[in-house]
Ligand binder design. Structure first.
Ligand code: NAI
Length: 334
C-alpha cells in the first residue's frame, strides 16, 4: 500500500498536545501515513514574521492533505487569522462538521446526527473593514453567486453520497435581502438539481432555538461563513461540547482536517485536553484518503473507550489526562 504524506501542523495552546496524541494513535494504528511537520499560528509568528509560513501552505499543496491543531487569533488589530489565510490560499471552500451523539458521552440529547456545511472563503470573514470617520466602522459582508452555488452544491452532493434525506439552508434574508437573498437564490437553483432530496429554508435565529429544542429535526445544514462558525459551536454543545466534534476544510485539490474547537487557553499546557475531536477528524481524513478500514478501526476504538467510560477527560466530567485517554484508545485496538 502506498504511504501518504500528511502535513502535520501543531498550532497553538492545546494544539501541540492534541496533535501529539493523534500522531501517536495513528502510528499505533499502523496507517500508511508519513508526517511532514510544519508550523502555523501565533506562537511561531515571531520566528517567521508571519503566522502562516509559505512552506506550510506549499507542503499542504504538495501532499494534498493536512492535519492541523487550532491556531490562536488575537482580538482587535493584528494579523489575519492563520486559519482564514490557510482556507483562502488553498481555496478550502467547504467546512464540513458532522455532529453526532457519542454513546457514553453525557449530553442533553442522545440521538443527534446532523452535519454543518459552512462556506469558508467569504462573508464577513473577507476581513474588509475600515474606519469611515472616528467612531464609525464599516465591515463588508461579501457574498457571491459563485461561492454560494459551490457550497450549496457541495452540501447536496454530500447529502446524496451519505444517504442523507434533507438539506436546510440557514439564512437571514429577511434582513439582509441582497446578500442572504443571493445565497438563497443559489440554494434554490441547486436544490432543483437534486429532486430526490428534501430542501427547506430556515432563518438563523429560529434555527438556533429549534436546534436546542428539537435537534433531531435537522440533517444537513448549509450556511454562510459567520452563521456556520456560531452554529457549529451551538451544535457541539448538543453532543457534549467542543472536545468531541471533528471537522474538515475541503477544497478542489486538497483538504485540511481539524477539530471545531480552538486553542483552549484556559487548559493549555496542563495535559488534560480531550484529543477526541482531532482523532475523529483523523477518521474523516482516513476516509478522504480512501483508507476506510483504518478509519473504521480507529472509530471503533474511540467509540469503545467512550462507551466504557474508563478514560474520560475533564471536559466530559472525568479525570483522565490526555496521555491516559490516548493510551486507552491505543489499547482498544486490541
Ligand atoms: P476554544 O474552543 O478554544 O475554547 C472554548 C472552551 O472549550 C474552553 O473552555 C476550552 O477549555 C474548551 N475546549 C475546547 N477544546 C477542548 C478540548 N479539546 N478538550 C477540552 N476542552 C476543550 O474557544 P475560544 O476560547 O473562543 O478560542 C480560543 C482561541 O482559539 C482564539 O484565539 C480563537 O481565535 C482560536 N480558535 C481557533 C480555531 C482553529 O484554529 N480552528 C477555531 C476556534 C477558535
Amino acid at each position: 500500500m502506498t504511504t501518504r504524506k500528511v502535513t502535520l501542523i501543531n498550532g497553538d495552546g492545546i494544539g501541540p498536545e492534541v496533535v501529539e496524541a493523534t500522531r501517536r494513535v495513528l502510528e499505533a494504528l499502523k496507517a500508511p501515513l508519513e508526517f511532514e511537520h510544519h508550523d502555523a499560528g501565533a506562537e511561531v509568528s515571531n520566528k517567521y514574521g508571519t503566522n502562516l509560513p509559505n512552506t506550510t501552505v506549499e507542503s499542504v499543496m504538495r501532499n494534498t492533505v493536512g492535519l492541523k491543531g487550532p491556531t490562536a487569533t488575537g482580538i482587535g488589530v493584528g494579523q489575519q487569522s492563520a486559519n482564514v489565510g490557510l482556507r483562502k490560499r488553498l481555496d478550502l471552500y467547504a467546512s464540513l462538521r458532522p455532529v453526532r451523539s457519542v454513546p457514553g458521552v453525557k449530553s442533553r440529547y442522545e440521538d443527534v446526527d446532523l452535519v454543518v456545511v459552512r462556506e469558508n472563503t467569504e462573508d464577513l470573514y473577507a476581513g474588509i473593514e475600515h474606519i469611515v470617520v472616528p467612531g464609525v466602522v464599516e465591515s463588508l459582508k461579501i457574498i457571491t453567486e459563485k461561492a454560494s452555488t459551490r457550497i450549496c452544491r457541495f452540501a447536496f452532493e454530500y447529502a446524496t453520497q451519505h444517504k442523507r434525506k434533507k438539506v436546510s439552508a440557514v439564512h437571514k434574508a429577511n434582513i439582509m435581502k441582497l446578500s442572504d437573498g443571493l445565497f438563497l437564490d443559489c440554494f434554490r437553483k441547486v436544490a432543483r438539481e437534486f429532486p430526490d432530496l428534501q430542501s427547506e429554508e430556515v432563518i438563523v435565529d429560529n434555527l438556533c432555538m429549534q436546534l436546542v429544542k428539537n435537534p433531531e429535526k435537522y440533517d444537513v445544514l448549509v450556511m454562510e461563513n459567520l452563521y456556520g462558525d456560531i452554529v457549529s459551536d451551538l451544535c457541539a454543545g448538543l453532543v457534549g461540547g467542543l472536545g468531541v466534534v471533528p471537522g474538515a476544510n475541503i477544497g478542489t485539490g486538497c483538504a485540511v482536517f481539524e477539530a471545531v474547537h480552538g486553542t483552549a487557553p484556559d487548559i493549555a499546557g496542563k495535559g488534560i485536553a480531550n484529543p477526541t475531536a482531532l482523532l475523529m477528524s483523523s477518521v474523516m481524513m482516513l476516509d478522504w484518503l480512501q483508507l476506510p478500514d483504518y478509519a473504521r478501526r480507529l472509530e471503533r476504538a474511540l467509540l469503545k473507550v467512550h462507551a466504557e467510560g474508563k478514560a474520560r477527560t475533564s471536559d466530559l466530567g472525568g479525570t483522565a489526562t490526555t496521555a491516559e485517554f490516548t493510551k486507552a484508545v491505543i489499547d482498544a485496538f486490541g
